[in-house]
Design a protein around this ligand. Sequence first.
Ligand SMILES: NC(=O)c1ccc[n+]([C@@H]2O[C@H](COP(=O)([O-])OP(=O)(O)OC[C@H]3O[C@@H](n4cnc5c(N)ncnc54)[C@H](O)[C@@H]3O)[C@@H](O)[C@H]2O)c1
Length: 282
Amino acid sequence: MPKFNNILIIGLGMMGGSLCKSIKKNKLSRKISAFDTDQDALSYALKNRIINYKVTDLVKMEHPDLIIICAPLSSYPSIVKKILLVVKKSTLVTDIGSSKGGVHRSITKLFHDSNKSFLSSHPMVGSEKSGIKFTRKDMYKNKVVFILDKESVSRASYLKLKNFWESIGSITHEIDSKTHDILMSQTSHIAHLMSYIFVKSLPQKILDENLPLLLGGGIKEHIRLSKSNPQMWTDIFLNNKSNIIKTLTRIQKNTAILKSMIKTSNRTNIKSLLENTYNKTK
Ligand SMILES: NC(=O)c1ccc[n+]([C@@H]2O[C@H](COP(=O)([O-])OP(=O)(O)OC[C@H]3O[C@@H](n4cnc5c(N)ncnc54)[C@H](O)[C@@H]3O)[C@@H](O)[C@H]2O)c1
C-alpha cells in the first residue's frame, strides 16, 4: 500500500524527474503529478510514464500530501507565492535546493507566516547534466540527503519527510542551514567554482587543438564540472555568497604562497606544502 496518495514535483528536470522514477520504482505514491514551465518536459514525462498527470497551473493543483520543489533557486519566490495561495495545512512542502541562503530564508519566512509546513532537503547527489532526458531511477539510492533545521516543523512532519527519503533508499542526515552552507562553500560549491575558473583560464587554442590528447587526466573532471548548468550555479554562488567569498579568500592566500615558493624556486617549502596536503586526507 503506497505511503502517499499524491506527490507533486515542481520542476521536472534531471533531479525532479529522477525523483519521480525513484518514487515510482519504490511504489511510494498512488499518483505522481508534476508542474514545469517547460511543456516539453511535461509531455516527455507523460509519454514515458514518469508521471501520472501534469498540473497546468499551480493554483489549480489537486491537494498533494507532499510537494517537492526541484526547480532553480531563483524561481522559488514565484513558485512559493502561488503554492501558498492554495496549499492545505496538512501538505508538507520540501525542496532540494543546493544552497540554504537568502532564497531559503525568505521562503521559510513566507511558510512560517502562513502557518504552513516547510522542511528543506538537499540530496548529496546529482550530475552536470540538465533536463528530464538525463533522469535515473536509482539516483538517490544509498546517497546522503540533508534535512535542514528539523525543529522548524512538527515531529510528525519531520518523520514524514525522513521516511519519504529513506523509502527511496537515501540516508538522511540532519543539519542546520548555516552549517550546511558553510560546508557546501568549502566543498561542492568551491569545487564547481574552481572548475569553471580552471576552464575559463585555459587558452582557447588548447581546447580547440589539443583537448582530445589531454582528456585522460584530472582535466577531464574539471571539464565535466564546468559543463554544469550555468543558471543553477549562478543561483548557488549568489545564495551562498559570503561563505564562498571566505573560502575564495583562503584559496587566494594559499595560491599566493605557492606562487611565491615557485617563483623563488623554494624546493624544500614546495615539497613540504605538497606533503602536508597529501597527508591531510590520509
Ligand atoms: N544538478 C545537481 O547535481 C543537483 C544536486 C542537488 C540539488 N540540485 C538542485 O536541484 C534543483 C534542480 O536542478 P536540476 O539539475 O534538476 O536542474 P534542471 O535544469 O535539470 O531542471 C530544472 C527544471 O525546473 C524547471 N523550471 C524552471 N523554472 C521553473 C518554474 N518557475 N516553475 C516550475 N519549473 C521550473 C525547468 O524547466 C527544468 O525542467 C536546483 O535547485 C538545484 O540546486 C541539483
